[in-house]
Write a protein that binds this ligand. Structure first.
Ligand code: PLP
Length: 374
């Protein structure tokens, strides 16, 4: 298999653990292990203390599958598979569900593996480009025109990385109808679901919205536990899940036993876990509102409706974001993620607001901006 480098991951490999402030991380500040164990009930404490470090069930621990199923309206515990993060789920699903001659439509800019793995599987991929001038909204008329008789898969990421875009309910329902009418599978990457700024904006899960819908979830983002490396796919298509499970035999076979138990603990205490994440991102977003108001003549900003990231743009004529971000990290140890890492030509950058050092990171960025952009 030939596959292009994952630009963002290569960038993080260089910087993630070398800088003082990661102001472009997509996850929420990692949940402290000791506090997580305090949330265990009698059953999960017993599982943790009695854990034997053998292989686990390839489809996922039965209690974990039960917890994941309960996140949805229509999903049975045997209508899902667990993976090592969302990344492995994407890799396995796209490899199994696409082949040469198939066509897929994928939102862009976006998480690279959602279209790169599709391409590597031999599919013909059309990018559904989102534009700042539209508030990064989906353009469903254009999406309809992008369909071909060979379209097997439509991939959307809602809430969206890197823009924080979330459609309203009517738009989402229309998207589902388009996929259904076209006979295409709809993969909804929902790794930021649960981080809506207004609970009323939460969309139905893809798997609940359509019989052909597939939901992708993970412990990394809204649940703030990227270190567990537990993700999942939920689908009513059991034949598809069987084929994906067979593919997974060539990747990780099964999940990490400690991570499965910790995920069960976290999902049973999901209200507390998610409330913490929402508190963090909502507080930081208010802080960002103030920053972008003060700097409206230097940065444009479409305020995210959900998630822990946004995609502002440096609007100072003649200043390229790649250069400015490189100088910023050198001077202040604050890392941004320029749009070029998404292959995007604009002067945008990804800004993450899930990490608790955001106030200090933003102060440093602002001080640097005051020195260089005034
Ligand atoms: C939209 C999206 N999907 C999938 C993933 C992969 O998640 P994980 O790193 O937990 O496997 C990410 C991670 O940044 C993401 O932003």
């Amino acid at each position: 298999m030939r596959i292009a480098d994952f630009a963002l991951e290569r960038y993080f490999a260089r910087w993630e653990f070398a800088v003082r402030h990661l102001l472009c991380a997509s996850d929420v500040q990692g949940y402290p292990m000791a506090e997580l164990l305090d949330l265990a009930d009698d059953e999960t404490r017993g599982l943790w203390e009695g854990l034997q470090l053998g292989y686990t069930e390839s489809t996922g621990h039965p209690l974990l599958r039960r917890e994941i199923a309960s996140l949805y309206e229509t999903v049975e515990p045997d209508e899902m598979l667990t993976f090592a993060g969302a990344e492995e789920a994407i890799f396995c699903l796209l490899n199994v569900s696409l082949e040469p001659g198939d066509h897929a439509i994928v939102t862009w800019p976006g998480y690279q593996s959602l279209f790169e793995v599709a391409r590597a599987a031999g599919a013909d991929v059309t990018l559904h480009e989102l534009h700042e001038s539209d508030g990064w909204a989906l353009d469903l008329d254009r999406l309809r025109r992008q369909l071909t008789p060979a379209t097997r898969l439509i991939v959307v990421n809602l809430p969206h990385n890197p823009t924080g875009m979330l459609p309203d309910r009517a738009t989402f329902d229309e998207l589902v109808a388009i996929a259904d009418e076209a006979g295409a599978r709809l993969l909804v990457d929902e790794v930021y679901r649960g981080l809506e700024l207004d609970d009323a904006d939460r969309l139905p899960a893809g798997v609940d919205a359509s019989r052909g819908g597939v939901s992708l979830g993970v412990m990394s983002k809204a649940y703030a536990m990227a270190g567990l490396r537990i993700g999942w796919l939920a689908s009513h298509d059991r034949e598809l899940l069987t084929r994906v499970a067979a593919f997974k035999d060539y990747t990780t076979i099964c999940s990490s036993a400690p991570s499965e138990v910790l995920s069960i603990v976290a999902l049973r205490a999901r209200d507390q876990v998610l409330a913490r994440s929402r508190r963090i991102v909502a507080g930081h977003l208010e802080r960002l509102d103030g920053f972008f108001e003060d700097w409206a003549d230097r940065f444009s900003w479409v305020r995210p409706r959900a998630g822990s990231i946004g995609f502002p743009r440096l609007t100072v004529p003649g200043v390229r974001i790649d250069d400015w971000a490189a100088a910023l990290v050198e001077a202040e140890g604050v890392l941004l993620l320029p749009a070029s890492q998404f292959g995007h030509p604009g002067n945008h950058f990804r800004l993450g607001f899930g990490r608790t050092d955001l106030p200090e990171a933003l102060d440093r960025l602002e001080a640097y901006a005051a020195r260089t952009l005034r």
